[in-house]
Design a protein around this ligand. Structure first.
Ligand code: B1M
Length: 213
């Protein structure tokens, strides 16, 4: 198989045998983020489709997620780091009830490589934990991720709870189950501060940069 296809294949098959060698080869001609957004994401999209068609079981998807995580952590040190002063502090979490964290962790890598201090609270984070962390960490913005349809609704609840707690720093939301429209019509009206939808991790960085300028 050609290199690009082999890279997608590791994710679809959920295998790491030979992955590092092929990533090293890909790095000779491509930026790390292009490798992630290209062949690796293509593999993940295939996994999502096969899973949706009941052609993969959860255990297999988990293997794919492991391969994706291994690839991203191998590539991370090769990513460009902006030597800038700290632009701000961002609290990051996957919402309550949702375990998906590959996208969120990619957001963390990209933000922290570009001058942000990120406090990553992990997965399945209930509003009360987020609120407590807000008071402890005093971040400049909060980022929420969610991939399940029910996570979109959970973001509405989280926004309401944060609003009731008097929190009004900018809120950045992203993840497969969300849309810009849902963000603007359902989440934003429930929250005291600005709510912005990021379609991917780079978009998240652009939005954060716009806020910090
Ligand atoms: Co899950 N899963 N999963 N899964 N899984 C989806 C999301 C699903 C669409 C698959 C499908 O059926 N086609 C489906 C959701 C259906 C729905 O709600 N409509 C689904 C399901 C059903 C489930 C379970 C319920 C399955 C089960 O148990 N029966 C279960 C849920 C458990 C739970 O959360 N309570 C489950 C479990 C899992 C695994 C554990 C096996 C594994 C996750 C492992 C992990 O994350 N550690 C997994 C995976 C891997 C997927 C798919 C295949 C891939 C997700 C992924 O990592 N993509 C996914 C299908 C799909 O999305 N096509 C699927 C790569 C990642 C880089 O992209 O996270 O979208 P993503 O992030 C993107 C953007 O969304 C954005 O930036 C990133 C790109 O730059 N972004 C942000 C994300 N967050 C952001 C935050 C920001 C900014 C941008 O600012 C704060």
């Amino acid at each position: 198989l050609p290199l690009e296809e082999r890279l997608s294949h590791y994710i679809v098959e959920g295998t790491k045998d030979g992955l590092t060698r092929d990533l090293e080869e890909a790095l000779l001609t491509q930026e790390p983020l292009a490798i992630i957004n290209g062949p690796l994401m293509k593999g993940m999209e295939t996994v999502g489709r096969l899973f949706n068609n009941n052609e993969l079981i959860v255990a297999e998807v988990l293997q794919s997620a492991e391969a994706m995580k291994a690839a991203v952590s191998f590539l991370e040190p090769f990513m460009e780091r902006a030597d800038s002063a700290v632009k701000g502090k961002i609290l990051l979490a996957t919402v309550k009830g949702d375990v998906h964290d590959i996208g969120k962790n990619l957001v963390e890598i990209i933000l922290s490589n570009n001058g942000y201090r990120v406090v990553n609270l992990g997965i399945k984070v209930p509003p009360e934990v987020l609120i407590e962390a807000f008071h402890r960490e005093k971040p400049d913005a909060i980022g929420l991720s969610g991939l399940l349809v029910k996570s979109a609704q959970q973001m509405v609840i989280t926004a309401q709870d944060m609003q009731q707690a008097g929190i009004d720093v900018p809120l950045l939301v992203g993840g497969a189950a969300l849309t810009k429209k849902f963000t603007e019509t359902r989440i934003a009206p429930e929250y005291g501060g600005l709510v912005l939808y990021a379609k991917d991790a780079m978009d998240g960085l652009d939005l954060a940069n716009r806020l910090s300028n």
